[in-house]
Design a protein around this ligand. Structure first.
Ligand code: XMP
Length: 515
């Protein structure tokens, strides 16, 4: 584990906000990790947290299968903060009463702080807006606890037992709509749990570099550099630890954006001095994709071709023992969740299969980081900003943005339109207010007129969305003048494209990508 010092353990009972709790705690400078709410006492003790937070949950404490932590958690002597379901669970276990309710309270509410001396509410205004999301509510305090806050719909909204260092709140401090949420979490973490802030990019880098050095020794490590943020940061981190023992491989699958492969090679070879093997495999990918139109089949072909080519390239480093993978924390949480991974709508590919084929051990230096933390580590490592701040780009690349059959001419049309769209977004300062933006070439030809001539050409769609995590998204309200400028440039500069449309679908029901 690449963190030293104090840490907060979050036990997850399935709330949609659990990840946010961890992010907020880390934002105030203390390492936080999530374990499933039904983790064993042994796991919890091994983690040795400075304090524990019990998350919310869609369950009622009365449900037969209501998730709960091991009983001993309450008597470990560690400070505990129960949030939403967390307060109900701990109060219920300690003899309090929870009122079943069919009605859910969801949204903004106001709390009144009753106990002004409560450490949890230090510097919180007496009347303060909060975010609620609960069905059941606390009806009777457990013995040894006193009331610290109330709200109109939840008369028992904050409780504490100072001697046992157990605190509970009915509302969600991790949600931005709770004005004093950050203050409350920081009161718990610093004033109650006395944790020290030691979670920052430079300490993380130092600890991770030491850990990788120790693990790798004199062995060789290989890493597939895609051009995305995660693999770039992972590679530079490992390079800092083991230098020339790291061998990177970049494969041009023929589905990259304009100039992308050249930029990857230049940045990592010339700027970082990383030993980088480049393979132009575009012919192989495009040949295998010829005539294929079905989106999932495209993904499978690309995933398989990627493994084949990588395995072939990796033969050059036949003594390699380790493989770097840019897994990040949300992927880890997803696979650990006690509810199991969520349903797959589109299959995503990584280096799956290669470790087994080549008998490689994995190094995943970003396993503990959220995306914004990966970016901060990347900045601290000196990776150029335009690499760090990029929109997400899917593994199958442009293949899922050429709807229908993929051909070289269509890929070129797409690259040209996409480059114009992104350049204009950057020039007008709109790039960062969109979460992802790209062009899509449609398998439709429409009539146009150029000079005196009738044309019959492909349609290009522009897609730009706002989102927090890609799970849901809304179409970006880009200014009309901006869209007009992009459309004009595409029509004037890209031969073969005369009709441009803008996608105004949100997710759900549409997805972000068209395929
Ligand atoms: P959708 O289209 O499912 O996309 O709303 C959500 C996010 O995932 C990206 N995406 C993929 N990424 N392999 C990837 O690595 C894939 O097959 C894939 N499909 C979609 C998409 O670009 C968006 O950021």
């Amino acid at each position: 584990m690449a963190h030293t010092g104090d840490s907060i353990l979050i036990l997850d009972f399935g709330s949609q906000y659990t990840q946010l709790i961890a992010r907020r705690v880390r934002e105030i400078g203390v390492y936080a990790e999530i374990l499933p709410g039904n983790a064993s006492l042994k796991e919890i003790k091994e983690f040795d947290p400075t304090a524990i937070i019990l998350s919310g949950s869609p369950y009622s404490v009365y449900a037969e299968d209501a998730p709960q932590p091991p009983e001993e958690v309450y008597s470990m002597g560690k400070p505990i903060l129960g949030i939403c379901y967390g307060i109900q669970m701990l109060a219920y276990k300690m003899g309090g009463e929870v009122e079943k309710s069919a009605k859910r309270e969801f949204g903004r509410a106001e709390i009144e702080v009753i106990d002004q001396k409560s450490k949890l509410f230090k510097d919180v205004p007496q009347h303060s807006p909060v975010w609620m999301s609960h069905g059941d509510s606390l009806k009777k305090l457990p013995e040894g606890f006193h009331l610290t806050a109330r709200s109109a719909n939840a008369p028992i909204c904050g409780i504490e037992n100072k001697d046992q260092k157990i605190y509970g709140i009915q509302f969600h401090p991790e949600v931005v709509h709770t004005d004093s949420g950050k203050q409350i979490l920081s009161n718990f973490v610093f004033d109650i749990a006395h944790a020290r802030a030691s979670w920052n990019p430079s300490d993380f880098i130092e600890a991770t570099v030491a850990e990788i050095k120790e693990k790798v020794g004199k062995k060789t490590v290989i890493c597939a550099l895609s051009g995305g943020v995660d693999s770039a940061v992972a590679a530079v981190l490992v390079h800092r630890a083991v230098g020339a023992q790291l061998k990177c491989i970049h494969i041009d699958n023929g589905l990259m954006r304009r100039g992308e492969s050249a930029e990857v090679v230049h940045t990592f070879r010339d700027h970082f001095g990383i030993d980088l093997d480049f393979r132009d495999a575009s012919e192989l990918f495009l040949t295998r994709l010829a005539g294929v139109t079905e989106p999932e089949t495209k993904r499978k072909i690309i995933g398989k071709a990627f493994i084949d080519v990588l395995a072939e390239e990796a033969q050059k480093f036949s003594g390699a023992t380790f493989l770097v993978q840019g897994t990040i924390y949300p992927d880890v949480i997803e696979s650990l969740s006690f509810k199991g991974p969520s349903a797959t709508i589109k299959s995503h590919h990584n280096v799956g299969g290669l470790p087994e084929i080549m008998d490689l051990k994995l190094i995943e230096p970003l396993r503990e980081l959220f995306k914004d933390e990966v970016r901060n580590v990347g900045r601290a490592l000196g990776i150029p900003e335009h690499f760090i701040d990029r929109h997400p780009f899917p593994g199958p690349g442009l293949s899922i943005r050429v709807i229908g059959e993929i051909t070289k001419p269509k890929l070129e049309l797409l690259r040209s339109a996409d480059a114009i769209f992104i350049e204009e977004l950057r020039n007008s300062g709109l790039y960062h207010s969109t979460w992802q933006a790209f062009a899509v070439v449609l398998p439709v030809q429409t009539v146009g007129v150029m000079g005196d001539e009738r044309t019959y050409e492909n349609v290009v769609a522009l897609r730009a969305v706002t989102s927090v995590d890609g799970m849901t998204a809304d179409w970006a309200r880009l200014p009309h003048d901006f869209l007009a400028k992009v459309s004009n440039r595409i029509a004037n500069e890209v031969r073969g494209l005369s009709r441009v449309v803008y996608d105004i679908s949100s997710k759900p029901p549409a997805t972000i990508e068209w395929e």
